[in-house]
Design a protein around this ligand. Structure first.
Ligand SMILES: Cc1cc2nc3c(=O)[nH]c(=O)nc-3n(C[C@H](O)[C@H](O)[C@H](O)COP(=O)(O)OP(=O)(O)OC[C@H]3O[C@@H](n4cnc5c(N)ncnc54)[C@H](O)[C@@H]3O)c2cc1C
Length: 482
């Protein structure tokens, strides 16, 4: 087993005691501070993906075997998804189906049992309908609890670490993670810590430019603030103080329409009497807005215009990944049919987006930036190099990390890091890697169904491949169940 790098001694404690503790811990296979086969950094839906996928694929014992798997991030579960005061954009069944194929009596049965919890049953009632995200999150939290209790069931080396981890460097056969107090080596790392709007390339610049409008100045929000409780409260105060409040939303994705939906449904409360006036919310979008239809027949019946490149060859769905769904789609269709006159769309064709949106911004008191989610520029250290050497990683236009068809993170030179995986928001997998979706869509596929489905499976399979290619000596365990 590889050696742990550092043991720190809190002030006032004897070094002798900690040397004793160190050796006791290192000789105890159930210790949390051992080196591991795999460390998953993050505690949201994506971090649960490899466990759900391994359980469904009958690979859970293999996956947890040897030097074990840990999640770095206490109480894995719904991550940020439950904070959004929105309905899901995917049907409730999308969250349930990945658990359906898990064997009832195997090692992963606890994960499957989340379907039978009150939260699982509540979600099942929505079936093919969209469910409120807090209800979805309550179910995902149950899946997280099941994964946590699986990892804590005395399976050697498996655990949930009560600390945030940060991938620092890689060697040929291992990765090095910093936990502030401790540093661990592991055979593989899965980065699943989600993403932030402030880490998209344009966010800082556009937010600075918006603040230059004296009418807006300090009232610039991100889209997620517009649909999370704290931001909703702020917006409520603003509209109650100014019945003529005008809002410009910059961006044309799901988040932009979700922000507008939240203004109309969360911010405005009947009892306060405050309301948005016609035309007071403007969505300024660069690309033409596309919408999702279940089939070309359905799209035709609504006289929706699409090209063959918008149709997914596997399913016949129109704009399967690139189209608005759920409440965002409903709102768009209401705007287009003049049923909803409080929201107006402005297609910005000026190559300088901010100049194009200038007129709208100059009339508004609030700007909401819906520019996507990113993780920003990242480098990691090559610990095999004799002198200090940093490896730049590859970002896409939105500041997400690029991954290959096995979800391995790509270096800037397009080659994959063999043992570093990205899963979830900020590490989106291309639809083409999954062999799915409409040819016109070149974006990233994200969704719990993907992390718990195809992408989760790819990560597990690649980790098992890495293990068989590795020369490290590993230990095995024999769980009671198969
Ligand atoms: C508005 C919106 C609506 C969406 N609706 C849907 C939907 O209806 N259906 C669907 O399938 N998908 C949906 N998604 C897409 C996606 O499924 C969610 O964004 C989901 O929350 C992503 O999961 P995640 O685990 O990647 O990230 P997150 O949910 O952000 O979770 C990451 C977690 O890891 C923690 N973390 C970060 N860094 C570390 C670290 N170093 N160590 C430990 N922990 C760390 C974070 O605090 C966070 O709790 C939606 C996304 C958005 C933005």
């Amino acid at each position: 087993m590889m050696k742990r790098k550092k043991c720190t001694y809190p002030a006032g404690q004897s070094r002798k005691f900690f040397v004793f503790l160190h050796f006791t811990i290192m000789n105890n296979p159930l210790s949390i501070w051992n080196d591991h086969e795999t460390i998953i950094i993050g505690k949201g839906p994506a971090a649960l993906g490899p466990f759900v996928a391994a359980a469904r694929d009958g690979l859970l014992k293999d996956f947890l075997d040897q030097q074990g798997v840990v999640i770095a991030g206490q109480n894995p579960g719904s991550g940020n998804l439950g904070k959004y005061r929105l309905n899901s954009n995917s049907p409730a069944n999308d969250f349930l189906e990945p658990l359906d194929g898990i064997a009832k009596n195997g090692l992963g049965s606890g994960i499957r049992n989340a379907l039978d919890t009150p939260e699982g049953k509540t979600l099942q009632r929505f079936g093919e309908r969209n469910a409120p995200l807090p209800i979805v999150a309550a179910f995902i939290d149950r899946v997280g609890e099941a994964v946590k209790s699986l990892l804590k069931r005395k399976i050697p080396y498996c655990n949930v670490l009560p600390a945030y981890g940060n991938l620092v460097g890689i060697r040929e056969n291992s990765c090095f993670v910093d936990f502030h107090q401790d540093q661990l080596y592991s055979g593989n790392i899965v980065l699943a810590g989600g993403a932030r709007e402030s880490e998209t390339p344009d966010f800082e610049k556009i937010s600075r430019e918006c603040r230059k409008y004296p009418n807006i100045s300090h009232r610039v929000l991100s889209a997620s603030e517009a649909f999370c409780q704290k931001g909703i409260e702020r917006l409520r105060v603003w509209i109650e103080g100014n019945p003529d409040l005008q809002v410009t939303i910059l961006g044309g994705s799901h988040s932009a329409f979700s922000a507008a939906w939240s203004l109309l449904n969360n911010v405005v409360q009947k009892k306060s009497g405050a309301a948005f006036a016609p035309g007071s919310i403007r969505i300024c979008h660069r690309a033409p807005v596309k919408i999702f239809y279940d089939s070309t027949v359905e799209a035709d019946s609504f006289k929706y215009s699409y090209t063959p490149g918008d149709v997914c060859p596997q399913t016949g769905r129109v704009n399967r990944f690139g189209g608005l769904r759920g409440d965002a789609k409903k709102l768009y269709l209401q705007i287009m049919s003049n049923e909803e006159d409080r929201v107006a769309l402005k297609h910005i064709q000026n190559p300088d987006f901010l100049i194009g949106a200038g007129e709208s911004l100059s009339q508004s008191q609030v700007a909401i930036l819906a520019l996507g989610f990113g993780v920003g520029k990242r480098t990691i250290r090559n610990l095999d190099a004799k002198t200090e050497e940093w490896i730049p990683l590859q970002n896409d236009r939105q500041g997400q990390l690029e991954v290959d068809e096995s979800c391995r993170i790509l270096r800037a030179d397009d080659t994959p890091l063999q043992r570093v995986f990205g899963l979830g928001l900020g590490h989106g997998i291309k639809a083409s890697h999954l062999g799915l979706g409409e040819p016109n869509f070149d974006g990233k596929v994200d969704g719990v169904n993907v992390y718990w489905g195809a992408a989760g499976s790819m990560v597990v399979r690649q980790i098992l491949k890495n293990r068989s290619a590795s020369s490290r000596t590993l230990q095995s365990f024999s769980p009671q169940e198969s």
